[in-house]
Ligand binder design. Structure first.
Ligand code: SF4
Length: 281
């Protein structure tokens, strides 16, 4: 790819949702593919099994295709939604099949330009799902969007050795906690998504999460992969956990201790679970 991405033009920016994200009106994916999936990163990412993962040649994570006309298409769609009165009830999940703040966003700024449009045409709520501190670059727009946005920052574990083993291309855990602190300090509605929950120390992780945010969503392979864990099994997660010495963790119900520790510290209404938790925008 040379510069790290290729480009395409999109017919649509906002896509009607279904399945896991049925609580949202639309999804928005500025990119196809995700560089966080490179070099064995996010081995649990089931997007690699979807038709969208065939958009370019090579394994998931090795390519990214940028929808370069996204701002124009999105503006047209937001104007139409504003015109027919549907914008104020629209909820948008950004992004469902990519990370909107992966490396190439630094120069391409497609996610930033989408936020500029949302600041002008505010839907009811945009849920910005990312694992990237690059989102701090757009604090000005996030603040301007007020209650029309919520940032959902992925932090799947408190254990750097687990992060290095399972998500080696993802930013360090401490760096992501610094991002959530900056968002909170700026007054941007935010939450931490422990999704998918990776091996961790329940008490220590709960303490860190409760100190960092007002809202946590926990999700697991067995509740969040849309197939009671079968998709995650098909991706080889059980074998991978076994090889890494985390075998006991690949089982339903392992979230119980973390949820209990979080609810004790934060109150049950601030600790949400799986699809219903994400949809509670
Ligand atoms: S950041 Fe999200 S979309 Fe990207 S590879 Fe990881 S799990 Fe998949």
């Amino acid at each position: 790819m040379g510069r790290g991405y290729t480009v395409t033009t999109a017919r649509r920016a906002l896509n009607p949702t279904g399945g896991f994200l049925r609580g949202f009106t639309f999804t928005l994916n500025p990119y196809i593919g995700c560089a966080f999936g490179a070099a064995g990163g996010c081995p649990f990412c089931y997007v690699r099994t979807l038709p969208v993962a065939q958009a370019a040649a090579g394994p998931w994570g090795s390519w990214v295709v940028a929808k370069v006309n996204l701002p124009e298409v999105l503006e047209r769609e937001l104007r139409a939604l504003a015109g027919n009165g549907r914008l104020r009830t629209a909820t948008i999940f950004m992004s469902s099949a990519t990370d909107p703040y992966q490396g190439c966003e630094r120069t391409l700024r497609l996610s930033r330009r989408a936020l500029e449009l949302f600041a002008r045409f505010p839907p009811r709520r945009v849920l910005l799902q990312t694992r990237s501190p690059l989102i701090e670059r757009d604090l000005d727009l996030l603040k301007a969007m007020g209650e029309h946005v919520r940032v959902s920052l992925t932090i799947e574990t408190d254990d750097e050795s687990v992060r290095r083993a399972l998500t080696p291309t993802s930013p360090a855990i401490a760096r992501r906690f610094a991002t959530i602190a900056r968002l909170r300090q700026a007054g941007v509605p935010s939450q931490i998504a422990v999704a998918p929950m990776l091996p961790h120390d329940p008490e220590r992780f709960a303490r860190l999460l409760a100190a960092a945010t007002d809202r946590v969503i926990v999700d697991t392979y067995f509740d969040g992969d849309g197939a009671h864990g079968r998709r995650s099994r098909a991706l080889g997660m059980a074998e991978l956990y076994g090889r890494l010495g985390y075998g006991d963790w690949f089982a339903p119900g392992m979230e119980t201790r973390l949820l209990a520790a979080l609810r004790t510290r934060m109150g049950a209404e601030r600790v949400l679970f799986s699809a219903a938790g994400f949809a509670a925008v």
